[in-house]
Design a protein around this ligand. Structure first.
Ligand code: PEP
Ligand code: MG
Length: 371
């Protein structure tokens, strides 16, 4: 395990004493979660559950689920995925030992999981007992022209609530088990992605609450949990006051929020953004450092409107900007409670959060002295 020891470790401790914001990590593997803990992460701010399904044995079950003919077929595959997800979450909760863990429901467009080669198609067709050519048609039917603006995020949970239900069940069962094993309280934070409408969050939240009641009944013990949403669409930022009525927390997904605010594809931007920088059209890549007057303004609006509805609404950031020092300074000004970044950026984020808190304290002192 990487460790922060000696002088560096001591400097980090000094920095922590000045910090207001918490620093969490984006992690879904036990190795990343452990590394992040050793770097001082104070919880998981984003567990991208889709990353848990790309391995060989799991992706095949995922394919069965997506390409099943009907809900019963999907449920049969989900029943196989449930114990895998449950053990994933038990491990993460145990590593985090009572620190907050935010788990995001499945987010990406389904085609990311689909079989592509003839061999892959034949494998899945055999499991589903259908002709490979029929399966190819089902795969083709899932084609989207603009998948990042398509059938993804909470839209999946609304089309196929059984996926969200499986994940919620895995989370609650794991919370019970991990609390039992570690003796530390586990309060899972379930995060709904790509919400733009309050009614989307209501729909998914109702499913989560139903599953919570079932698991609480079966386990015979109470389970505390939070349900929140990503704010990663401009509409969600603008309607934050209404969305906050149904949310326990907001986490700013600045990768998608940058994409949708600029109308620039996060996957295709690199070549022309490099040209833009060379020609002085923009000073810096907005996917690396927050654009304060655009994406940042939406964050300010959402924070203000969300907290006007719900005093003390928990606010965090889990886009890549959560590990960028200039963006972290902005998050301090916006009054966020935490930043979440990849494990190896946690030490930088701790320093940057401390620096930001010190600067904002001295600015406040200076303005008090001037007035
Ligand atoms: C984001 O959009 O900023 C985010 C954290 O989610 P993802 O990168 O997984 O879309
Ligand atoms: Mg996103």
């Amino acid at each position: 395990q990487p460790e922060l020891s000696g002088d560096f470790g001591r400097i980090m401790e000094w920095a922590d004493a000045s910090r207001r914001m918490t620093v969490r990590t984006n992690a879904e593997t036990p190795a990343d979660a452990r590394a992040a803990r050793s770097f001082g992460a104070e919880g998981i701010g984003l567990c991208r559950t889709e990353h848990m399904f790309f391995e060989d044995d799991r992706i095949n079950v995922m394919r069965e689920m997506i390409l099943a003919e009907d809900e019963a077929g999907r449920r049969a595959a989900l029943a196989k995925l449930l114990p895998m997800q449950r053990s994933d979450f038990i491990e993460l909760f145990s590593i985090m030992h009572g620190l907050p863990v935010t788990i995001r429901l499945l987010d990406p467009p389904l085609h990311e999981f689909l079989p592509k080669t003839d061999e892959e198609i034949a494998d899945v067709a055999a499991v589903l007992s259908i002709d490979p050519s029929e399966l190819r048609q089902r795969v083709d039917a899932l084609h989207e022209f603009n998948p990042m603006l398509g059938h993804r995020g909470c839209r999946l949970a609304i089309s196929y609530p059984e996926i969200a239900e499986m994940q919620a069940r895995a989370i609650f069962e794991a919370a019970v088990e991990a609390a039992h094993e570690t003796g530390a309280a586990v309060v899972p934070e379930i995060m709904v992605p790509l919400v733009g409408l309050r009614s989307e969050l209501d729909y998914v939240k109702e499913r989560i609450e139903t599953v919570a009641k079932e698991v609480i009944g079966e386990a015979g013990i109470g389970i505390d949990y939070l349900v929140g949403t990503m704010i990663e669409l401009p509409r969600a930022a603008l309607r934050a006051g209404v969305i906050a009525e149904a949310a326990d927390f907001f986490s700013f997904g600045t990768n998608d929020l940058t994409q949708t605010t600029f109308g620039i594809s996060r996957d295709d931007a690199a070549p022309f953004l490099a040209t833009y920088q060379q020609k002085g059209i923009i000073e810096q890549d907005p996917f690396v450092s927050l654009d304060f007057e655009g994406v940042g303004e939406l964050i300010m609006i959402a924070a203000e409107r969300g907290r006007r509805t719900k005093n003390g609404l928990k606010l965090g950031i889990c886009g890549e900007h959560g590990g960028d020092p200039a963006s972290i300074r902005f998050c301090e000004e916006a009054g966020l409670d935490y930043v979440s970044c990849s494990p190896f950026r946690v030490p930088i984020a701790r320093l940057a959060a401390a620096q930001a808190a010190i600067n904002s304290g001295s600015e406040a002192q200076a303005s008090a002295a001037a007035s």
